[in-house]
Structure formats: structure tokens, C-alpha cells
Ligand binder design. Structure first.
Ligand code: ADP
Ligand code: ADP
Ligand code: ZN
Ligand code: ZN
Length: 858
């Protein structure tokens, strides 16, 4: 028979075709983009880029993958949601690298997320130098997270918890009845402990300091928990009389020493509030056995190049690479000089076997290959032991990106979320090379980006818009970047082809100068800066130069101290373990001089979440939800039923759904798979009881209000001025597309930051605040950045002072004063290398920012 021509379905399709995409705000859009290319998705915030790249393309690829590997995962897929799209063809398997939202584990580190640590442990196990007579250890013996490796004293935490007497008993002039032992519980349990102390023969009515030391120590430190009959509320003398008289005891009580109470409660309580309370009495000190290195002594005795694995992991990665290169080179040399092996690290004594040398070369070489892309992406200043919660979202994403580079995958699509975030223009060039490398290896790249440089570098540009939310969701342009020049409707066009942006800005004169001297923090070593009050200052410099250390860490703390009040903490207090596990560097030094004329508050508007649970959201954070609840409570129907504003809260019992306790979702445990959250079967995600939902305000239920976007709410609440103030501020910072009830945990760092900014903008301005912002424009389209800067200028015009970290040179031109840190990253940075107006920095010409700033000023 005659062979038939291949049908179209067997032809290899060289592009990805999307038909009828309707996820979130996408307007039934069709799109065709090439494979094996760098495709950049752009558009204003809320236009639908993520809904398309992540919510549709990646989600569909993920769904197919799950379906092919695990038919039983059907339920999981249903719960994760199937993207609303008619068809997608030609989509290769996808790997998504999204900026992390919400919490991260304090136990993960640069070494663990890049998986470099496991290679390092192998290297120490097989190629390390062992002290004479010590047998070889396994790789697990070098892990702080295993029973085999962890320090037996602190169990791999590196710290030990102490409960010092002066914390448990802050005021020794008090008697026990007057609550001298502050660490003991309050209320009935506290009374019971006091009564049992009396029954045990302690005098609870003399000042603590007058009790004999042996008694004080026993009360605080005993591990015994005697159970005995007690008489309620008596003094020691009265109790003795009662016993002598044979009076019936009131009840039986159990005594617990204060230290034991604190430690047991800290370890076992399920209540976050209790945990936080007892944590107050704990102090963490470095472990006396491992000195904070977290490993058992045998593991720490093994060295490479004279360093134990903890010291090795604390080196900046670029130094680590140099050290490994030297180690490998010398091992190679020794191996060649057959028969006369020498220790590669110069350590005398041990004869190194040929096998060990070969292992050093092989594993060391592998490590170098892993580290190179990380260093190339501008992260050479990090160390393997740096914990991930101290990294910015952008740093974490770049680490993941670098890890992908060594995975040798090909034929996949990488879906990335603003990989340029946190990068100085000088570092963006390195990023482009990395992306090109992935592409050359036969992969496709779908990148959501705001960097104009990356747009120009793209093979293909997809512009979504024209506006946000309902006013977006359409493909305005899809094609090679040059073609965008013809698309009048596109807001992006003006920025890519120049000729548009911020109006030229005449720098303001400072009202006064504040001087901060002797700054020590991370890589800042005795730095000094002068900041103009009543002006907008931009702090710039290459990644890792010390900008965040200065602006987010030092300034709010020092100025807050000087003002005698801490910087306003927007962040919910850390809880329990988190509280004690944070790897905050202890050192923070410096002094503020000069008159702080007109500054009464410091407010740090950072990218940390506005809440750690889905219970906080935009409406609760800005306070507008209080007003909304009051409106519902004021309706005749609510008054008739006696519903108070609290009835309309999903955070307290009453009107909320009892099944999910107002969360709207419940957790489902799945066999073999991580548990997932699924819509609550009783309230169907509305969070409320049906009776609460019977109350309508202007025809809407409270749940319907929470489901509105800020813009919809703005149309709905027109005459309600208290509510409108918050809504207008949210729209002003470009967040009109957020839903009022959108959980805090779903917001990106940039969105959280803008919610905080909006909360400030809605206050009446007294012009007495120092605002500090870390990269406020990250995650923003140029048009959104312009709007944001305009608002910051308004704050400054009202008399406030703004200091911000900024990397977009176009935005820096709008500052009154610029401070550039550098010259390099980590130990190569930390110095002020230029100060002045944007023009002065640009024309000095000898710093990393100067040429880019000069270009932006043209
Ligand atoms: P971009 O990535 O361009 O900033 P998004 O794709 O995140 O935009 O958002 C586009 C629209 O979809 C916005 O109106 C946003 O509020 C809405 N949206 C985003 N995530 C969700 C969600 N999980 N549920 C409902 N609507 C959403
Ligand atoms: P930038 O903001 O300019 O990118 P950073 O201030 O974040 O720079 O970092 C400056 C230096 O301080 C880097 O070497 C970085 O690794 C180090 N560093 C920053 N934060 C911490 C931290 N929490 N713990 C330890 N080192 C830190
Ligand atoms: Zn220890
Ligand atoms: Zn429910």
C-alpha cells in the first residue's frame, strides 16, 4: 500500500498555541508563541501576565504531568484547579521558578535549596582530612539535620536555651503572692502553683530576695513535680494552723518549677499566644559543645584546606570557588606526580591515597560547576550556610535558576517571575547570558518581566493589557520586540522605545542633614552616611553591596532608638520556634547625630508579608473592613436580629462558618501526597454561616463584598467616605485589581509592600515621618513605578523624608539625593562610593551606576 502523508497531529509543532484562555481576567484570548525562544510577558500589574504564564501555561503543563505520572492524583488536580482554557498545544513540560510567597523554613539554607550541601558532605566524607586514628564518616554524619550528624548537646540547632533567674524573676523585691515568679502562669494555674508552694512549706509572703538561696533555686529549677493536698489562698502560718487543726484540704495541686514550666510549655503548647508568652523568659546562647556549628565533634574534626565543614560553609561562594579551584589543582598535580603524594591543603603528615586525590578532583570539580552559575548570577557574596528567610525573593529565585542550569534538562519550558528583581543593571547582563545558555541547550523560556533591558533582549514579546483586572486580559501584541513600536494602545511601548517616563526633576534642598556614623552591620564596616531631611534619597549599588543592610536594617533601628521608640513594625510578631531560630546577625552599631528636626516616627515599608495566615487580608490590614462590618451591623435586619459588627468577622466565633472557622477552606490529607487545602464543604468558601449571609447591605452579602476587587468596591461604596479613603489609596498605589478578601499569604512581596504604602497614604499627613523602603518598584511595570514615585513625592512635599533602595536608574533620576554603595558585593562592598544629585553621580562617571544613570538622564 501507499504510505500516507503524515497527518498534522504527528507533525512536530514548533510553537505553543493557546486557544480560549479565560483564567481570572483573561478575555478568552488566543496566543501563539515560539518554542526554543526567550519569550517575555509584559503589561501593567494586574493585567494578567501571571494568569497567562503561570495560571494557564504552567498549570496546564503541570496538570498533564500529574495525570501521566499518577492517575490517582486526579483528586489533587481537581483541587489544584484546572485552568480555564479551551486548548493548549505544543507545550513542553514546564518548570516554574516563582518568587516565593509567604513563609519559608528557617532550616533551609543556600546550600540546601541549591543541593550543593549534599555534594559538600560527600566531599568531606570521602576526600576530607581525618585526624589520625579516626575512622571515616558517612555523608550523613556531616548533616545537622540527621541524628547521625547533629551535635548531641543542642540537637543541631547550634544554640541552647536558658531560662535565667533575672528573666523569671524580674523584680526580686516582690513576694511570690505578688507574682515575683513572673514566668509562672497567670490566673487559676498561677494560684494553684502558689498554694502548692505553701503546702510544701515555702513562705510566699516575704520578698523573693529574702528567701534562702536553696529555696529560690528549688522553686525555679526543680525537675520534681510533687502532687499534694492544698489549702486555698492561705499564708504559710495559716496553712500550718489548718493542717494542725485537721481542716479538710481544698483540692489537690501539682507543683511545677518555673524553668520546667517554661521549657515544657514552649515545647508542647499548641497555643501560639502561650508559646510567645513563655518565649519571653528564654534566652538562646551559642551551644557550648559545637559553638554554634551544629555538628557533632567527630564531624567537625574533618577538614578540607584546613577548614571544618562549618567554616567551609560560611565562606562567601566566590571565595569558596577559588579555594576549591586551588584544592583541585593541587590534587591533580599530586596525582600526576605519581608515587609522591602530598597533602593538597598542605596539612603535614597524612599520606593521601591516589583514590582520595581522584575523589577530590572529581567531587571538587563537580562543586565548582555548581557554584559557577550562582556566582555568575551575582550571588557570590552569599554563603552556603545563609538561611533562606534572610534572602530576598529575587535572590532565592536566582539561586533556583542557577540550580536549574546544572540540572542538564533540555526540552522544557522555564516559566520565570521577574528574574531581574534585585539586580543592578550591571548584573542584568549576566542574567541574560544565563537565560541564553538555557535556551541554547534546547529549552524555552517564558519570563514575566518589567526590565526594559530584558524586553529588548527577548526573541518574542507578549504585551498584555491594556489596563488591570477587567480592563486588561487581552493580548495587545505578540511578536518580535521591534513590532511593539506600532501598537498605540500599549502602555509598555513608550518605555521600550523611549521618549516617555517621568518628568525631569529639580532636586530639592535638604531641610536639615542627619548624619549616621560608625555603622556596622553585615558588610558595612564603620560606614557613615548623611541623609537630607525633607527630601527623597535613593540608595543604589550592585547586588550585595549593602543597600538593604543600610536602609532596612540599620536606619529604622538607629533612628527609632534615637527617637526613643522602635520603628513601627508592620510585621506580625514571629512566633515560637521561629522567634528563636531566626538567624539575625547580632551586631548592629552606629550613631545618629544632627538635629532630627521634624521627625517623630520611622516607618519601614518593606516586602515582608502583611500577615502570616490567610486570616489577614487587604481589607483587615488597611482597617477598612471594620467600617464595612459596621455598615452591615447598622442594617435594620441586623439590628432586629441583634447582630453586632463582630458577627460579620471571620476571625472570631459567632457569624463565621464553624466548620472551617472562617478560613473558607479545610485541609485534606492525601495518601502519598502532600496535604492540600480544599474549599470548605459547608460554607463553600464564603467563610460565613448562612444566617450571617442573610444580611444584605445594598443588596450584597459580606462574603460578596470580600470577593470584590478594590476597584469594584470603589464603585460600590462611593458615598462611604471612611471606606473610600482606603480604597482610593489602594488604587493610587496600583492595587485596584486585588480582591478585598485576598489572603495575605497570596500576595507577592511587592504587593504586600504597596498595601503598607497605601495604609500610610490614607492617614492624614502630619509630615513628621521618615519612610524607609526597600526596592519599592520591584515587581512593578514602568507605568506603575511612575505612579508610585509620584506618591512618594507627595509624601516628601508634605514634609516627610523618604529613603529608598532603588536599582532602576530611570526612577533614581527622580530622587533629590543619591547614595551609591559598593564598589562590589559582600566583603568587596559596604562602602559609600558616591553621593550627590543624580546628575552629579552620573557625571562623576567612575562607579557601576554612573553610565546607566547617565543614559537614563538623557
Ligand atoms: P499580573 O501578573 O499581570 O500582575 P495577574 O495575572 O496576577 O496579573 O492578575 C490578573 C487579574 O486576575 C487581576 O484582576 C487579579 O486580581 C486576578 N487574579 C489573580 N489571581 C487570582 C485568583 N487566585 N483568583 C481570582 N482572581 C485572581
Ligand atoms: P544589597 O541590599 O545591596 O543587595 P545586602 O545589604 O542584602 O545587599 O547584603 C550585604 C551583605 O550582607 C552581603 O554580603 C550579604 O550576604 C550580607 N547579609 C545581608 N543580610 C544578612 C543576614 N541577615 N545575615 C547574614 N548576612 C547578611
Ligand atoms: Zn551544639
Ligand atoms: Zn466553612
Amino acid at each position: 500500500s501507499v504510505p500516507s502523508a503524515p497527518t498534522s497531529s504527528t507533525e512536530i509543532q514548533s510553537d505553543v498555541r493557546v486557544r480560549g484562555a479565560r483564567e481570572h481576567n483573561l478575555r478568552n484570548l488566543d496566543l501563539t508563541v515560539p518554542r526554543d525562544a526567550l519569550v517575555v510577558f509584559t503589561g501593567v500589574s494586574g493585567s494578567g501576565k501571571s494568569s497567562l504564564a503561570f495560571g494557564t501555561l504552567f498549570a496546564e503543563s503541570q496538570r498533564r504531568y500529574l495525570e501521566s505520572v499518577a492517575p490517582y492524583a486526579r483528586r489533587l488536580i481537581d483541587q489544584a484547579g484546572v485552568p480555564d482554557v479551551d486548548s493548549i498545544t505544543g507545550m513542553p513540560p514546564a518548570v516554574a521558578l516563582q518568587q516565593q510567597r509567604g513563609g519559608r523554613s528557617a532550616r533551609s539554607s543556600v546550600g540546601s535549596v541549591t543541593t550543593v550541601s549534599s555534594l559538600v558532605r560527600m566531599l568531606y566524607s570521602r576526600a576530607g582530612q581525618y585526624p589520625e586514628g579516626q575512622s571515616m564518616l558517612l555523608a550523613e554524619d556531616f548533616s545537622t539535620n540527621t541524628v547521625e550528624g547533629a551535635c548531641p548537646e543542642c540537637h543541631g540547632i547550634g544554640r541552647v536555651y536558658e531560662v535565667p533567674e533575672d528573666k523569671m524573676v524580674p523584680d526580686p523585691t516582690l513576694t511570690i503572692r505578688e507574682r515575683a515568679i513572673a514566668a509562672w502562669p497567670t490566673a487559676w494555674h498561677g494560684h494553684q502553683l502558689r498554694d502548692t508552694a505553701v503546702a510544701l512549706g515555702f513562705d510566699v509572703d516575704v520578698p523573693w530576695q529574702d528567701l534562702p538561696k536553696a529555696e529560690r533555686d528549688w522553686l525555679l529549677y526543680t525537675e520534681e513535680t510533687p502532687h499534694l493536698p492544698v489549702h486555698s489562698r492561705l499564708t504559710l502560718a495559716e496553712a500550718r494552723e489548718a493542717i494542725a487543726a485537721g481542716t479538710e484540704p481544698t483540692y489537690s495541686g501539682t507543683f511545677v518549677g518555673a524553668r520546667k514550666y517554661v521549657l515544657d510549655t514552649f515545647a508542647n503548647t499548641k497555643s501560639a499566644g502561650m508559646k510567645r508568652r513563655v518565649a519571653e523568659f528564654l534566652t538562646a546562647a551559642p551551644c557550648p559543645v559545637c559553638h554554634g556549628k551544629k555538628l557533632k565533634p567527630e564531624a567537625l574534626s574533618v577538614t578540607i584546606a584546613g577548614l571544618d565543614i562549618a567554616e567551609f560553609s560560611a565562606l562567601p561562594l566566590h571565595e569558596l570557588m577559588t579555594l576549591l579551584e586551588e584544592t583541585v589543582a593541587s590534587a591533580e598535580k599530586s596525582a600526576e606526580a605519581d608515587g609522591t603524594p602530598a597533602a593538597p591543603d598542605g596539612a603535614p603528615g597524612e599520606e593521601i591515597s591516589a583514590e582520595k586525590l581522584a575523589t577530590t578532583v572529581r567531587l571538587g570539580g563537580g562543586l565548582i560547576d555548581r557554584l559557577r552559575p550562582i556566582v555568575d548570577l551575582g550571588l557570590g557574596y552569599l554563603s552556603l550556610d545563609r538561611s533562606t528567610p534572610t534572602l530576598s525573593g529575587g535572590e532565592l529565585q536566582r539561586l533556583r535558576l542557577a540550580t536549574q542550569l546544572t540540572s542538564e534538562l533540555f526540552g522544557v519550558v522555564y516559566v520565570l517571575d521577574e528574574p531581574s528583581a534585585g539586580l543592578h543593571p550591571q548584573d542584568v547582563t549576566a542574567l541574560m547570558e544565563i537565560l541564553d545558555g538555557l535556551k541554547d541547550r534546547g529549552n524555552s523560556l517564558f519570563v514575566v518581566e518589567h526590565s526594559v533591558d530584558l524586553m529588548r533582549h527577548a526573541d518574542w514579546l507578549v504585551d498584555i493589557g491594556p489596563g488591570a483586572g477587567e480592563r486588561g486580559g487581552q493580548v495587545l501584541y505578540s511578536g518580535p520586540t521591534d513590532g511593539l513600536a506600532e501598537v498605540e494602545e500599549s502602555i509598555t511601548r513608550g518605555y521600550v522605545f523611549g521618549g516617555r517616563g517621568l518628568e525631569s526633576h529639580e532636586p530639592r534642598q535638604a531641610r536639615e542633614w542627619m548624619r549616621v556614623e560608625g555603622i556596622r552591620r553585615n558588610n558595612l564596616r564603620d560606614a557613615s552616611v548623611e541623609l537630607p531631611l525633607g527630601a527623597l534619597t535613593a540608595v543604589t549599588g550592585v547586588s550585595g553591596s549593602g543597600k538593604s543592610s543600610l536602609v532596612s536594617q540599620v536606619l529604622p533601628a538607629l533612628v527609632g532608638d534615637r527617637l526613643g521608640r522602635p520603628a513601627q513594625e508592620d510585621e506580625p510578631a514571629p512566633e515560637g520556634d521561629e522567634l528563636l531560630l531566626t538567624d539575625e546577625p547580632e551586631e548592629l552599631d552606629g550613631s545618629v547625630s544632627g538635629e532630627l528636626t521634624g521627625i517623630r516616627r520611622v516607618v519601614s515599608i518593606d516586602q515582608r508579608p502583611i500577615g502570616r495566615t490567610p486570616r489577614s487580608n487587604v481589607a483587615t490590614y488597611t482597617g477598612l473592613f471594620d467600617h464595612v462590618r459596621r455598615r452591615f451591623a447598622e442594617t435594620p435586619e441586623a439590628r432586629e436580629r441583634g447582630y453586632k459588627p463582630g458577627r460579620f468577622s471571620f476571625n472570631v466565633a459567632g457569624g463565621r462558618c464553624p466548620t472551617c472557622e472562617g478560613e473558607g477552606s479545610v485541609m485534606v490529607e492525601l495518601l502519598f501526597l502532600p496535604s492540600v487545602y480544599t474549599e470548605c464543604p459547608d460554607c463553600h468558601g464564603t467563610r460565613y454561616q448562612s444566617s450571617t449571609l442573610e444580611i444584605l447591605w445594598r443588596g450584597r452579602t459580606i462574603a460578596e463584598v470580600l470577593a470584590m476587587s478594590v476597584e469594584e468596591a470603589h464603585d460600590f461604596f462611593t458615598e462611604e467616605f471612611d471606606i473610600m479613603r482606603s480604597l482610593t489609596a489602594l488604587i493610587d498605589v496600583g492595587l485596584g485589581y486585588l480582591r478585598l478578601g485576598q489572603p495575605a499569604t497570596e500576595l507577592s512581596g511587592g504587593e504586600a509592600q504597596r498595601v503598607k504604602l497605601a495604609s500610610e497614604l490614607q492617614r492624614s499627613q502630619r509630615g513628621d515621618t521618615l519612610y524607609v523602603l526597600d526596592e519599592p518598584t520591584s515587581g512593578l511595570h514602568c507605568a506603575d513605578s511612575d505612579r508610585l514615585i509620584t506618591h512618594l513625592q507627595t509624601l516628601v512635599d508634605a514634609g516627610n523624608t523618604v529613603v529608598m533602595v532603588e536599582l532602576d536608574m530611570r526612577i533614581i533620576t527622580a530622587a533629590d539625593h543619591v547614595i551609591e554603595l559598593g564598589p562590589g558585593a559582600g566583603d568587596d562592598g559596604g562602602q559609600v562610593i558616591a553621593v550627590g544629585t543624580p546628575e552629579q553621580i552620573a557625571s562623576a562617571g567612575n562607579t557601576p551606576s554612573a553610565p546607566y544613570l547617565a543614559a537614563a538622564l538623557e
